[in-house]
Design a protein around this ligand. Structure first.
Ligand code: FES
Length: 134
């Protein structure tokens, strides 16, 4: 992936922009990155990458001259990253639909509207990209 490709696909924020924002503003926690063009505030797919980039920069930030090469080593395959987001979003929508159906069923039989959080999966599709999946 190139430095000018998008890290946050929802808000079209590039890897270069995020990295420079981290360096210039001395970001230490990924939540501070919402001010960088809204990165991470949409579907949530890129949040693991924001966390990773923040941690890497805290440990060993690249010099301004070395950003392109450094990012080339740190970024995932562009196609897999984009496809992974589609899988992630589809799964999220499916989970929401299942919860709505569950709430509707419970309401119909008079059990109120408790939301069952035990069905949430902790696996993030990006994990399978890092392990060579997708
Ligand atoms: S890709 Fe960044 S919030 Fe969706």
């Amino acid at each position: 992936m190139d430095a000018d490709d998008e890290l946050c696909l929802c808000f079209h924020v590039s890897w270069r922009k995020v990295l420079n924002y981290i360096r210039v503003h001395r970001i230490r926690t990924p939540s501070q990155l919402h001010e960088c063009g809204g990165a991470g505030t949409g579907c949530g797919w890129c949040r693991k990458q924001l966390e990773r980039l923040t941690a890497l920069c805290a440990e060993n930030p690249p010099s301004p001259d070395a950003i392109d090469g450094w990012l080339r080593l740190q970024t995932p395959n562009k196609k897999k990253y984009s496809e992974g987001r589609e899988v992630y979003r589809a799964k999220k929508e499916s989970d929401v639909s299942r919860k709505v159906e569950s709430v509707e069923e419970k309401s119909e039989i008079g059990l109120g509207i408790p939301i069952d959080s035990t069905n949430e999966s902790s696996e993030h599709p990006f994990d399978s990209i890092q392990n060579g999946g997708l």
